[in-house]
Design a protein. Structure first.
Length: 114
């Protein structure tokens, strides 16, 4: 076969593609859009501690007092909850040790005599 007589399959495929879908779909790109919209502008959010300080500094005197009282109450509540959890775990450990001692002293010697 003569190379001039062979059809150009790529060109034919493109022609058929244009006939089927005259508006080609955009080609996929490897560029990924940034997840943070501030990353495009070069801005970044300040750390949470700075945001809280800024918010607290803008409060009026009465608001600052109320915020301090609420923070103290939340901290005391969290501390109380943690201490109750530790106390419950200690109680379970002591009860487990006592039950094990009773088993070893009373039940285990009886089963070895049989």
């Amino acid at each position: 076969m003569n190379p001039e007589n062979q059809p150009d399959w790529e060109t034919e495929a493109r022609k058929v593609e244009v006939e089927i879908d005259p508006i080609p779909a955009p080609l996929p790109t490897t560029h990924r859009a940034p997840q943070n919209p501030d990353a495009e502008t070069g801005k970044s959010l300040p750390p949470l501690g700075l945001q809280v300080r800024s918010w607290f500094a803008n409060l009026p005197q009465g608001g600052k007092a109320i915020a301090i009282v609420v923070c103290v109450l939340v901290a005391v509540s969290l501390l109380k909850t943690v201490l109750q959890l530790v106390s419950a775990l200690a109680s379970l450990a002591i009860a487990g040790i006592l039950l094990f001692a009773v088993y070893k002293l009373l039940i285990a010697p009886q089963s070895s005599q049989s």
